[in-house]
Design a protein around this ligand. Sequence first.
Ligand code: ZN
Length: 405
Amino acid sequence: MQQPTPQPRRKPRTSQPLAAACMTATLIQEFNPGTSPPPVRIANRIFKLSANHLDKQCYPLTETPGIVHLGLIDKSAMNDEIIFIDGRFQIMSADIDVRVCEVGLRDGIQGIDQFFPTDKKKAWIKAEAAAGVPEIEVCSFVPPSVSGQFVDCEEVVADALTHADLTVSTLVPNLRGAERAFATGVQKMNFVLSISESHNQANVRCSREESLERFRQIAELRNSTPENKKVTLGAGLATALGCTIEGQIDPGEIVRIAERLLELGADELAVSDTVGYANPAQVRDVYRLLRRHLGDDVLLSAHFHDTRGLGLANVHAALDEGVRQFDASLAGLGGCPFAPGASGNIVMDDLVFMLEAMGLKTGVNLDALVSVREIVAAGLPNEPLLGAIARAGVPKGFAAANVAA
Ligand code: ZN
């Protein structure tokens, strides 16, 4: 098949005084070009860079957890100037290899009629943050007329923001939703667009072009003030790996839409198997294709559903392709009301077990995570809770990756 011509992405650069830019960041060790990036210290916490392609001296310039701006030292300047890379790179806390993001409070409950009580949402977030989950998508800023599940967004976000080490993200469907989300001080916003035109029409009742225009408006608002610029903007490529209406998806369309979203201002892209059609070989192909066309400095994450039992196999394939950020839902809650049969995100507890068993540190305490299921069960007594680890327990002799053997 003829693929679109690769276009290296070039980002504009601007100059800023060095002193102002680097106040809170310290490089822990010298950075030899060609080697892995060194850890950096921000506000007395040590982080390491997750991208291994960087071969320049870099300083993080903001403190947004998870994502930072990096400054590129211009060695030709006289130490009083720093050249900005106008982009964001993911950094990880030094004790994390893979970042897991809880989406149960949004994707997991959006299709459930029964209202999940506000106090139980807060308790879920608090307990999962305490278990070490670094990022939680806590709600969707849809109008109450669209979903009664998210009428308490402002209250839930305000409470979630009290947990110090947690990145609080929300879904925003349009400019109005984004305005509400910016007003809460949320740290990250996710926008979803389907690669399948038919699914986009069914899911958000507009064309992909109209969705791109909505995203452009949101990105414009994000860039409009220094405070808004701190907010990370994620874009989900829904149905990228298959669609219940259109079936197989043209990989060229994934690249085309991904490039548009990046041009408009997306900081990261979540390749989403919305309806659970993907297999590991396909996952490999799609990430390789995107890497080839988008370059190495684009943060690609994964949002997989386990509808046909291949969720964790697909995670493993994505890991092999360098993906280090995964969405999952505690107890496998989730689905899509416009994707029949698409029940269940991959199970967060099983994902954490697999990663830790493979020696990849998540920063999550598995026992504490599994116990959070009790809060979910209490809030949604009629929903089936999935998960193999909760059912079978960990193997004898299991040791988490961050526990010395
Ligand atoms: Zn999903």
